[in-house]
Design a protein around this ligand. Structure first.
Ligand code: BES
Ligand code: MN
Ligand code: ZN
Length: 487
């Protein structure tokens, strides 16, 4: 997997500035007042930094934005990156400033002259998250050079930054999974990558088709029956919290979604390699929890299937029986995610009696129509849990927005032949999908469904991720677990 760039917090050594290669980044307060290190840098640059900071190109910058001075006189560095960053910057502003350094990071790495800046650790975290690369180009690219962050108190800042290292590993694990093509990330390969996390102290179990058959998971199995890749449910347990009931995370893991017999149009179908994004986030969170040895009991469950058209594939009109016992009329084989989740949600509650449950899924195109690519849609039966979730998302700078879930929508998924049908037509497409899932949630279990179809793989780069998978949700859920289950 892709690992975050090495970041070292060191004591400030201004003698090292002149000869440093790569980039030198320096936070400057909007007032233009320079830190001692910045003043030394300015002298080496023969006044170049002061001139830049006085110019409109700097004074018009918002906190977190930056200005690049290329090939500066008096320095060996290839660039000086001037970061507009107040001492009392918000977390998101500091991360954004760090990301600016990562964007131009090369084999010579970077030196960040953070000195006594209170957001040095957050700045470094933003840098780490943005310094991510994933591709199959055969032309070799040199790895990122190391990053040195010069600070007044290296031990204290390193201690602040320690949980960030576990988070960055989790986010990168999710991004790698989402970015992988479906011929590489088959259900077998996905399960093997999860099983490998046993090394980190996670308990990992793989339920194979005969096990799922015995459990009665016909809703999930129906989705995968047209694929050569065997369907699986993987259960990951992190027991760091004594004997309280676990918090459950459930993910949709459709390794490729052709739509099945209700096949999707060719244009854009290649993006359906990301339809395992919910499972990817669950996996990334579990990795982070294990790496930072979280003091909580959390169980992650993912339903891994491939939705393919075939002679054995499920047909529109088929009626399947879920593990819960409810019958489902499959109107559209492309509404497969909710079929997978129905059985995994039920299994999670049946086996673990969780104190709360959150599922993540790239569930509907309709959520992209509603919210675009800046917010995931949150549906919930519990105001307190959803409030805590939204607050965690805000704190981490990940967009999330509550959507309605009311009995009024249930009439849209009533079936003439079965207990429920798997689509409700075009109106309120994301809400009827959520209403479907709610049928498989026990009323006394606090639950949220997060539709991440718009945020898992947005069409452009974001502040903290290059174009491709974002890993949306790993930071939010890790924070939620910290604040709600570890406090
Ligand atoms: N995986 C898709 C949803 C999706 C769409 C994710 C675009 C990411 C980007 C899901 O399985 C699906 O096909 N949903 C259908 C449901 C419809 C048939 C009721 C949709 O959204 O069109
Ligand atoms: Mn689909
Ligand atoms: Zn899908």
């Amino acid at each position: 997997m892709t690992h975050p760039v090495a970041i070292h917090f060191r004591e400030t050594d201004l003698e090292a500035l002149a000869a440093r290669k790569g980039q030198i980044a320096v936070p400057v307060d909007p007032s233009g007042k320079l830190s001692p290190g910045a003043r030394r840098l300015d002298r080496l640059m023969r006044g170049g930094l002061k001139r830049a900071v006085a110019a409109e190109a700097f004074t018009k910058l918002k906190p977190g934005e930056s200005l690049v001075l290329g090939w500066p006189a008096g320095l060996a560095a290839e660039a000086v990156v001037v970061l507009a960053l107040p001492r009392r910057a918000a977390v998101a502003e500091a991360r954004k400033a760090g990301a600016a350094v990562a964007k131009a990071l090369g084999p010579d790495g970077a030196l960040v002259l953070a000195e006594s800046h209170p957001r040095a650790a957050e700045l470094a975290f933003g840098l780490a998250l943005r310094a991510y690369r994933f591709d199959y180009h055969t032309e070799e690219k040199k790895p990122f050079g190391a990053v040195d962050v010069m600070v007044a108190n290296p031990e204290a800042v390193a201690a602040q930054a320690a949980p960030h290292a576990a988070l960055a590993e989790g986010v990168f694990f999710t991004r790698d999974l989402v970015n992988e093509p479906a011929n590489i990330l088959t259900t077998d390969d996905f399960a093997a990558r999860l099983a490998a996390m046993q090394e980190l102290g996670l308990e990992v179990e793989i339920l194979e088709e005969p096990d799922l058959e015995k459990l009665g998971m016909r809703a999930l199995l129906g989705v995968g029956q047209g694929s050569e890749s065997p369907s699986k449910v993987v259960v990951m347990q992190w027991n760091g919290g004594g004997d309280e009931a676990p918090f459950a995370l459930v993910g949709k893991g459709v390794t490729f979604d052709t739509g099945g017999i209700s096949i999707k149009p060719a244009a854009g179908m290649e993006e359906m390699t990301m339809d395992m994004g919910g499972a990817g986030v669950v996996a990334g969170v579990m990795r982070t929890l294990a790496l930072r040895k979280a003091k909580a009991n959390v169980v992650g469950l993912v339903g891994l299937v491939e939705n393919m058209p075939d002679g054995r594939a499920q047909r529109p009109g088929d009626i399947v029986k879920s593990m819960k016992g409810d019958t489902i009329e499959v109107i559209n084989t492309d509404a497969e995610g909710r079929l997978v989740l129905a059985d995994v949600l039920w299994y999670a509650q049946d086996r673990f009696a969780p104190r709360a449950m959150i599922n993540l899924a790239t569930l509907t195109g309709a959520i992209i129509i509603a919210l675009g690519h800046d917010n995931a849609g949150v549906f919930s039966n519990d105001d307190e849990l959803s409030h805590d979730l939204l607050r965690a998302a805000t704190a981490e700078g990940e967009g999330a927005w509550r959507m309605p879930l009311q009995p009024a929508y249930d009439s849209l998924i009533k079936s003439r032949l079965a207990d429920i049908k798997n689509t409700g037509g075009r109106p309120a497409g994301s809400i009827t999908a959520a209403a479907f899932l709610q049928k498989f949630v026990k009323p006394d279990v606090p639950w949220c469904h997060i539709d991440i179809a718009g945020v898992a793989l947005p069409p452009t780069e974001t502040t903290l991720a290059p174009k491709g998978a974002t890993g949306w949700g790993v930071m939010t859920l890790d924070r939620l677990i910290r604040d709600r289950f570890e406090g």
